[in-house]
Design a protein around this ligand. Structure first.
Ligand code: E4P
Length: 217
């Protein structure tokens, strides 16, 4: 299972990278705005800065919503760095653009996916990643994890190579449940990764080991 961090915050990206388990980064326009990154040039430079910190794929989202606009913006983003994955919204022109980039061998991430049918279309278009938003489904009393299971089942039925990128992960249990279901990737906040470290018996056990060592040394 790949671990992506879902942020545009360079300090958090560095921290996750330093942990040695980071496989990539996802961003979106809201996450860029949260870090105060505005203006096209600054946004593009920020993507390059992120690529220079991590080794893996970095999703950069287009703002255009028409096919020609998405293609032109996607080309510009892809040219920034070899690690850039063009992130496209799950709309009709987004699917057409995913097919265009897939035919060119450019990696894509189809985002804002909330149903199995949408995920099937993304796979048919040859998307590299499909991003079902589990947290946002949970927010409206719909089981986000159930959707991950449905997509896994459909993709396995036909051997689709599109990777299921469980997005809108909010906490550690989402990560564990996605791993059990077989999501290929999860993207979440740093806290969802660091939460995996924690167990009180680990802390108690370590304290006891150190105490016993001190007794004999
Ligand atoms: C995924 O690529 C999105 O950036 C993200 O996971 C959305 O998460 P949120 O629902 O917590 O905003």
């Amino acid at each position: 299972m790949k671990f992506f961090i879902d942020t545009a915050n360079l300090d958090q990206i560095r921290e996750a990278q330093d942990l040695g388990v980071l496989d990539g980064v996802t961003t979106n326009p809201s996450l860029m705005a949260k870090e105060g990154i505005t203006g096209r040039d600054n946004i593009l430079q920020h993507y390059v800065d992120i690529c220079n910190i991590v080794d893996g794929d970095v999703s950069a989202e287009v703002i255009a919503t028409d096919y020609e606009g998405m293609v032109s913006e996607g080309e510009e983003l892809a040219a920034l760095h070899s690690q850039i994955v063009v992130k496209l919204p799950m709309i009709k022109d987004g699917i057409k653009a995913a097919k265009y980039f897939s035919d060119k061998g450019t990696k894509t991430n189809v985002t804002l996916v909330f149903s199995a049918g949408q995920a099937l279309l993304a796979a048919k278009a040859g998307a590299t990643y499909v991003s079902p938003f589990i947290g946002r489904l949970d927010d409206i009393s719909t089981d986000g994890l159930h959707l991950i299971g449905e997509i896994r089942h459909i993709y396995d039925n036909y051997g689709f190579e599109t990777e299921i990128l469980a997005a809108s992960v909010r906490h550690t249990m989402h990560v564990i449940d996605c791993a059990k279901i077989g999501a290929d990737v999860m993207t979440g906040p740093l806290s969802s990764i660091e939460g995996l470290l924690k167990h009180p018996l680990t802390d108690i056990g370590l304290a006891k080991f150190l105490e016993d060592y001190k007794k004999g040394n």
